[in-house]
Design a protein around this ligand. Sequence first.
Ligand code: SF4
Length: 723
Amino acid sequence: MADTSNVVGGGPKKVLYTLSTIGKMGVGKAAKALTAKNTCKACAYGMGGQHGGMTNELDEFPSVCNKSVQAQSTDIQPPIPEPIFEHTIAELSELSGREMERLGRLGTPLFRRAGSDKFEPLDWDAALDHAAHRLAETDPKRTFFYSSGRSSNEAGFLFQLLARAYGTNNVNNCSYYCHQATSEGLATTIGKGTATVELEDLTGADLIFVIGANPSSNHPRFIHMLKNCRERGGQVIVINPAKEPGLVKFAVPKSPLSMLKGGSDIASDYLQPRIGSDIALFKGLAKAVLEQGTEDRAFIAAYGADFDAFRNDIDTLGWDEITAACGLSREEISRVAEAYGRSRHAVFAWGMGMTHHVHGVANVEAIANLALLRGMIGKRFAGLLPLRGHSNVQGIGTIGVKPVLARDVLKRMEEVFGVSFPEEKGLDTMACLKRAEAGNIDAAVIMGGNLWAATPDTAFSSRAMGAIGFKLFLTTTLNQGHVHGLGDGEVLILPVTARDEEWEPTTQESMFNFVRLSDGGIDRISTVRPESWILGQIGKRVLPDSPVDFDAFSGHAKLRDAIAAIVPGMEELADIDVAKREFHIRNRVLHVPEFGTMDGKAHFVVTPIPALEKGKLMLASVRSEGQFNSIIYEETDSYRGKAGRYSIFLSMADMAARGLTEGQRVKVRSAVGEMEGIATSFDLPAGSVLAYYPEANVLIGTEVDPRSKTPAFKSVPVDVAAA
Ligand code: SF4
């Protein structure tokens, strides 16, 4: 079994690991990078900015964490030595993701000619001219633009402006592979798309649900808030098929007492439903709340809508159906409902364990139902908190890197720039790739990220990416997506500044809707360029007669003026660099029950329980402690018994039923592919399997939630047998 018996999240080992990473970076360089006034580059919990590096918006210091140090360690590397490019692309493609990241920073534009097996360094003028030439000769309708959530609001805004002025709405960001279901599910219920709480609300909550998330690895500083909640007598209820050691006990580096006593208790209760059965559990919790009579009738009467249909659905649902679906007993569900019934201020936090399903939107709606049932949205210290991944993934969506803009936003953009933009609906990420696979995409502009590795069904991903005749990447480092799925077409890779190296200040939005200002200005590699500068240079070359003055947009103040004039709630962005005043986006945080729906009410939604495929195990792909999205920093997972990247985690019961022993080689088969791995027992409910992302992408199909267009990264029917 993955030996997690002595595993405590955080603690002295993590502190030592962080110190050793800092040591490798060089203490001086690390201190400069970590203390400068820039937003943390890793997760969207949000840290840094004008409050100072390692400081949050409540002015708590220091809040440095392992994830942020890891992200910095990549950026402060020297440039990749040029002899590396004498190797063939086939040779480079043999490197692991971690080895690719460790080659160093990309310091020169790289060009791969059609059919060639080598990259050749290029000077900037030649690279920009060629990028512009290829885009100018391509039908914009046969292109797409994709951005990761690392880029700034300024670069993101210019990115989508360039795409639309060029002639396509095929503009999207990585949220289609993460939290798009959250945006959709919150729109139908409360008429919003993001968190309803700010960071300070966590300091007064008496119950925090942590659902389908592992913040001990992915949002480390959130654990501090969970620990504090427990210490003031509150409850932390974790809902997760896997018993994650870091959510049971965590030694919080910021707290000497927590470190001294070998860790603080995090979860006060821990429910482990079967993978993919959350709706049944949420309906069970709602049923128990109604049976116990702890619903907030006054709130529902004053602010709710469609409650009768919701209640009828819950009343007619039997406990047998609920418990059979989720694998939990009525007593366990009722116990948690009682704790919820006692709460006066509950926060519901969830991660991609909720959104990575073909019913991800319904999962989010079911969470919102549960919160509304007790009036937990629209007051201080209570509400909804989607745990977003990349540091500006929310901001990138806010400023318009998406295929469909609200009509009023599009209209204002046309007025501000004096341009008519295309009106047809753009394509989401998977639809773009399906179109590419069919041979109908000739060029793609990809800013950050690793779209090849992030896409499910690796064989499909290679076919789709390989069929694109011209790929333009903007990146700080090389990753596997720059050497796999290249096909025979041309590839141009342009090296960009990291956030703290930007020539002008940039802004980012956290998952609490808090907009930070990053100073930038650190000079590490003189040959890299800001994304906004590159996009401006390409824009003026591709569209020389456009009324949009692309050249002027190297000045970020102009971009922020445009965003402030166009995007609702972002007015304060206009003078953020002068006033140095960071802010919460207007009308996002809900401290009063004013909902964004057409009728101003909060809508209960009936969420059917999805049918599970009989006779199959259900696999969820997961991240490790030493990983950030598709970037691998450590080959073993210190929070899961030092498990390797190809571990296949199974319950003891499923191991025994298949005659498998610990460490045995096994083969996992799904409808789309197979992979070999190492059988590793883990505390999971029977019928559930975990494997690491992105390696497990070979098993995951391209089917998406029809409402969010998000693939089912976390509910894949599989068989597991001895290899
Ligand atoms: S919790 Fe997230 S935002 Fe905060 S320091 Fe860690 S990685 Fe950065």
